[in-house]
Write a protein that binds this ligand. Sequence first.
Ligand SMILES: N[C@@H](CCC(=O)N[C@@H](CS)C(=O)NCC(=O)O)C(=O)O
Length: 222
Amino acid sequence: MLLLQFSTSHYCRKARLALGFKRLDYQVENLAPGAHILKLKPLTGLTTVPVLLPQEANQPDAIADSTQIFHYLDRYQPDPPLSLDDAALNAEMWAIEDWLDESIGIATRFVYYDYRSGEGKQIDPSLSSQLVIQVVRWQYGIGKAQVELAKSRLDSALEFLSHRWQKSYLVGDRITAADLAAAALLSPLALIPVYRQNYPWVFDRIQDIHHHCGAALPPGLP
Ligand SMILES: N[C@@H](CCC(=O)N[C@@H](CS)C(=O)NCC(=O)O)C(=O)O
């Protein structure tokens, strides 16, 4: 299997966690931002990474979108499952996974790139890094008002997650797709001191899940 990715993308981290969770062997190909469109558009019709190429007979050529990769991996290798047996709990779990993917992962991106271009500039002040950050801010329309909304969305999300993740798994009695999504999509916050101070349990859970999946920890975590 080959994972097409941007090495720093938290959505690609999400796909890597699932591959690790399933104990599958895979390789990665790091795409250059910009040129990635030329490779991805003909393969998937989309321009986003991650994209998984199973590279096996009787398997699809390419699966785009991290959530679709989760569903594909559950069909390809059902054990251990990313889903739950109980239908109601499973529906709740996938709804939380979708919310994390479609709303919270984007809020994290906004807050993270805002931090990297301001208070967190010293993490990498090089011209090339700051140029990439400015391009990302422009590409996704990351301005002051959008960042304030994203911060408020993250605060509500972390309040919601605190009632579940501090004590146990997000849904059910074992790790599911929702736990992997949260661990990956909140991971960029590990570099932002205010989140480290206010929500230490988030980073404990992120570490636990990365260890469980045999995955390298995100920047900022030991
Ligand atoms: N919901 C999508 C989001 C993926 C996504 O936003 N990927 C970003 C990198 S973090 C990307 O490929 N951006 C490049 C582009 O949109 O052209 C998924 O889960 O795969």
